[in-house]
Design a protein around this ligand. Structure first.
Ligand SMILES: [Zn+2]
Length: 274
């Protein structure tokens, strides 16, 4: 199970341009640093329009969970009873489906903010009327949401799995080899390149395993399993990783965290499902 698995709730990214907020819809106040109005306790994590009444600011629809649309407005002041939290923090602090809603809304809100002006001519952009886009009324440039493909690679060698730790980050849990696809590069080539760059290893028998939208980095994660091809001797790229090493199943005691593709892939390996 991952953050996007929110059943029985249903996520919709249908583009509700021009839809007026209903009483049970949510208002999320966003600032430019990716903080949004929310609360970590209470019946709902976001403010309803019904509770706001005529104090509701003008707001723009983002996504919906079941039949409730999440609207965004710009600002620094949360409604009474709410606080400003970074959307990455909410990923771990809120129960499903709201954690997924917060991360997805944060991804979109960041994209809207970063594309207020046309990169071609500098004119202010406007929301597209028929599809999720930003359109420049001056030169006609159309901008679509940024979703960058990333590969996550679980390299195995018989009963062993290759785990890594990132350099220079607070995040100290074990991870898998990962990296962004470059322009003109197939994900399979990204897998081979990233494994070689980060650890000096060669891989074969690539198998696509699953995917995950990861709004925190505006990316789409593509999970692959791959088998070691040749020498198991690791050469760690210290600029990217602080550590990389082989672990047998007996040495690891990890459970699915219900959030990440990385964790679900490691657990799949431990369970012999891969
Ligand atoms: Zn333009």
């Amino acid at each position: 199970m991952m953050i996007q698995n929110i059943a029985p709730a249903v996520y919709s990214n249908a583009y509700p341009y021009g839809r007026a907020p209903q009483g049970e819809d949510f208002l999320l106040i966003f600032n430019e640093k990716g903080f949004l109005s929310s609360r970590l306790t209470g019946e709902t994590p976001f403010q309803t329009f019904a509770a706001l009444g005529d104090k509701a600011p003008e707001a723009f629809p983002l996504i919906s969970i079941d039949d409730r649309v999440l609207y965004m407005a710009r600002g620094e002041e949360p409604p009474t009873g709410f606080e400003m939290h970074h959307f990455g923090e909410l990923m771990h602090a809120l129960p499903k489906p709201w954690s997924f809603a917060a991360v997805t809304a944060g991804h979109l809100a960041g994209w809207y903010w970063d594309n207020r002006f046309c990169g071609r001519c500098g004119h202010p952009t406007e929301p597209g009327k028929t599809e999720r886009s930003l359109v420049c009324p001056h030169c006609g440039n159309t901008i679509y949401p940024k979703i960058s493909p990333v590969v996550i690679v679980c390299v195995t060698d018989g009963d062993r799995v290759l785990l890594t730790r990132y350099a220079g980050r607070d995040y100290t849990h074990y991870a898998l080899v990962a990296g962004f696809c470059e322009i003109g590069e197939c994900p399979e080539d990204t897998v081979r390149r990233e494994v070689m760059e980060e650890t000096g290893l060669r891989v074969k028998d690539l198998r696509y395993w699953g995917s995950q939208p990861w709004g925190l980095s505006s990316s789409m994660l593509l999970g692959f399993f791959a088998r070691l091809d040749g020498s198991p001797e690791i050469t760690v790229d210290r600029s990217e990783l602080s550590y990389a090493g082989w672990f047998t199943r007996d040495e690891l005691d990890l459970k699915d965290d219900g959030i990440s593709l990385t964790r679900s892939m490691i657990v799949a390996f431990l369970n012999g499902e891969s």
